[in-house]
Write a protein that binds this ligand. Structure first.
Ligand code: SD4
Length: 332
């Protein structure tokens, strides 16, 4: 049967209406009106040190600042803390005894910036933001990232603290490289936030796996793997074994799953199940790894899921301020 042009246009319009109604039902409509007063800010971040980081982010959010400024201010807290041994100053070194940092940042406009294998500058996240705002590029690596940071006024600093140096010297005796799930249970900080205007941004910063090969890069500075933000849908960030997160483009996947209508919890769980599937396919032991995702949707709902017990995340809203154990897959 031949469809007239008029009928075709009518049915297309109807289909379009059904699609957008469906999107509304799923809570994913980008066109939902959001007034400043109706939006409550939320910030979530990975691991226990997220509690303190959230406090710093909250000050920005509460005073009406942007999610971008909030996540940068938040993750700078553990970056500057020499006692936090997996981020910024005090981070654990690679197998050659050198602390090298990975970080990335993404805002509500889709602006991105990233640094990989950055040495001697503690605030890797601010260098990533400078890449985003002051260069035509999205990622700088190693010496180039370092030189760029110096040119923007960042100060050179020795990031290897005594305790990390001692640990590394002990590690050298055996030089057995086998990252253990949850042993460093205050790892990479990934933070995502929604501000009073309803805008989302995220930041992720780390010294990566302790005693990694020199030049190794994990998921944390890779947009789509360690972090992803889509201001129409939501944001996600990852922690754990970066190789497994990269394999499934983890954070972008979580956001895409939310776009399809999954809740943040469900989306994080489905992404973890992809990790599980690829581990099984490659006949790897799931007990040897940890991967955790946290996510926030445009409506300010949060979610999390991880491979095995031990991953927690910090949540701050106008009503709540707590550390929450993420649900997990491996029950043995
Ligand atoms: C990496 N994802 O370099 C980071 C490390 C991490 O929990 O988050 N560990 O692979």
């Amino acid at each position: 049967m031949k469809t007239s042009r008029k009928e075709f246009i009518k049915s297309s319009l109807l289909a379009g209406t059904a699609l957008s109604m469906n999107a509304c039902n799923m809570g994913n409509s980008p066109s939902l009106p959001a007034t400043e007063s109706s939006i409550k800010p939320v910030v979530i971040s990975t691991w226990r040190f997220g509690m303190e980081a959230n406090e710093a982010a909250w000050k920005v959010l509460d005073s009406g600042g942007s999610a971008l400024d909030a996540v940068e201010a938040g993750v700078k807290v553990p970056e500057a803390d020499a006692k936090e041994r997996s981020v910024g100053l005090g981070g654990r070194p690679d197998r050659d005894g050198i602390v090298s940092l990975d970080a990335c940042i993404m805002d509500e406009m889709g602006n991105i910036g990233s640094v990989v294998c950055l040495e001697n500058i503690k605030h890797a996240i601010s260098v990533a933001r400078a890449v985003m705002e002051k260069t035509p590029h999205v990622m700088l690596a190693g010496q180039g990232a370092y030189q760029f940071a110096l040119s923007k006024g960042f100060q050179k600093e020795n990031l290897l603290v005594e305790e990390s140096k001692k640990e590394w010297e002990e590690w050298l005796l055996k030089s057995d490289y086998k990252p253990i799930a949850n042993i460093e249970n205050h790892d990479t900080i990934g933070m995502i936030a929604i501000d009073k205007k309803g805008n989302l941004s995220g930041a992720c910063t780390t010294s990566g796996m302790a005693f990694k090969m020199r030049g190794r890069v994990g998921d944390s500075p890779i947009i789509g793997a360690g972090l992803y933000v889509d201001n129409e849908i939501g944001a996600a960030t990852a922690t754990g074994h970066g190789e497994e997160v990269i394999r499934i483009t983890g954070s972008a996947l979580v956001v895409e799953l939310m776009r399809q209508g999954l809740s943040p919890d469900e989306a994080c769980k489905e992404a973890v199940m992809r990790v599980v599937k690829l581990m099984e396919r490659r006949k790897k032991n799931l007990k040897d790894i940890q991967v955790g995702f946290i996510a926030l949707n445009k409506q300010g709902k949060h979610g999390a899921y991880c491979v095995q017990n031990g991953f927690n995340f910090a949540l701050k809203t106008p009503e709540r301020n707590e550390l929450i154990d993420a649900p997990y897959f491996l029950k043995v």
